[in-house]
Ligand binder design. Structure first.
Ligand SMILES: [Zn+2]
Ligand SMILES: [Zn+2]
Length: 381
């Protein structure tokens, strides 16, 4: 299949948007992340503009602590938000059979589902008609982005992107750091109210702190800090609930999609590890490389005409069946796998870690695919 175009991302078939000549990828609904950023930036600006100058002037220690801790949490929250929104969540590039021509009245009829076992439990590999591939375990097609995403968690409108295998860590850290930021800003603004009410009493303007507080609210800036308290309160409640929910998901090794779809029917997730080990894996493990190779990596030769040779993951799954179903062939090392499954002359590369390698005792149920010729349904429809 030959595609003419300067950069692969200009012919990208999904609904994603590309930023910085394809170096960054995001979902189609970019206003969500702008709104989220505004919800972080506006109260933060008010916090730095109103309580902090007062505390630095009148309660220096509280002022410095309030500024330093705030800046650390603010930087972490914003960095994690940007990284989640602009990173490839783990998209599996669409596959196309290149050695056959499929005319509109011919249809590929591949088996819709393939069974395989994970630690004694049978799971189904479903075929994605849009992406033309067998989805690896835990992969789902995002209807918003119109792409299959590995270890799909959910499409998050707040970050304008899918949350999947590659950006789950930054999403989780964003939720946790945002919750801590809200709690801290809430507590320090309340402290500011206490100090300013006390100051009114000390100066004899008010008879008690309640009256002092009411008096303080009559000034514009102090009244404006009520906005900080309200946004921080609801922000802490929302992100706090999300932090607890995602920590529980990580502890039990489930995704949001699996939890809501009741995938394991009340049974524990068959995936390993669980508990603290999985939490450490999510927070500390190396991010797998992106399979979307777009952007400024093209050399001069291929710049104007990109020969895209997309071979199916369906074929990979078939090869994997024959190679591994008798259990005699050991699974390839990551280096071997990368060589084995690298697609020739392709802008998009699919590597073997998309194959169902869930645990060491994984067995693929033998269920060979029909050949391409057999699977062509001439004249149907
Ligand atoms: Zn798909
Ligand atoms: Zn999505």
């Amino acid at each position: 299949m030959t595609i003419r175009g300067r950069f692969p991302y200009t012919v990208w078939p999904g609904h994603n948007r590309f930023v910085c000549r394809g170096r960054c990828i995001t979902g189609p609904d970019q206003w969500g992340v702008v709104a989220t950023a505004a919800l972080v930036l506006v109260p933060s600006g008010l916090y730095v503009g109103i309580p902090i100058p007062y505390l630095l002037e009148n309660r220096v220690r509280y002022g410095i602590a309030g500024l330093v801790v705030f800046l650390m949490l603010f930087a972490a929250t914003l960095a994690c938000l940007v990284l989640t929104a602009l990173d490839d969540p783990g998209i599996l590039p669409r596959q196309q059979q290149t050695d056959i021509t499929v005319t509109p009245n011919m249809r590929l009829r591949l088996p819709r589902r393939k069974a395989f076992e994970v630690d004694g439990m049978t799971e189904m590999l479903k075929y994605c008609e849009t992406c033309q591939l067998y989805r690896p375990p835990r992969c789902s097609h995002c209807s918003t982005c119109n792409n299959c995403v590995e270890r799909f968690d959910h499409h998050c409108p707040w970050v304008s992107n899918c949350v999947g295998r590659r950006n789950y860590r930054t999403f989780y850290l964003f939720v946790v750091s945002c919750c801590l930021l809200c709690l801290f800003v809430f507590a320090w603004t309340i402290l500011y109210f206490v100090f300013i009410s006390q100051m009114k009493v000390d100066k004899g303007i008010s008879s008690n702190t309640t009256a002092g507080f009411a008096n303080a609210l009559s000034s514009g800036p102090t009244a404006a800090s009520l906005i900080i308290v309200i946004i921080a309160f609801f922000g802490a409640a929302f992100t706090g609930a999300l932090s607890v929910f995602h920590t529980m998901l990580i502890w039990t090794n489930k995704t949001t999609a699996e939890s809501f779809k009741y995938t394991f029917g009340g049974e524990p997730s068959p995936y390993q590890p669980k508990g603290a080990r999985n939490w450490l894996r999510v927070v500390c493990s190396r991010k797998p490389p992106s399979k979307v190779k777009v952007g400024a990596t093209l050399d001069g030769k291929t710049r104007d005409m990109i020969q895209v040779d997309w071979r199916g993951l369906a074929a990979d799954a078939e090869a994997a069946d024959y190679a591994y179903d008798d259990g005699r062939m050991p699974l390839p090392t990551p280096e071997e796998a990368r060589k084995l499954y690298r697609r020739p002359s392709a802008g998009y590369i699919v590597s073997a870690d998309t194959l169902p390698r869930v645990s060491s005792n994984l067995s693929l149920t033998p269920q060979p695919l029909p050949s391409i010729e057999e699977s062509l349904d001439g004249g149907a429809e």
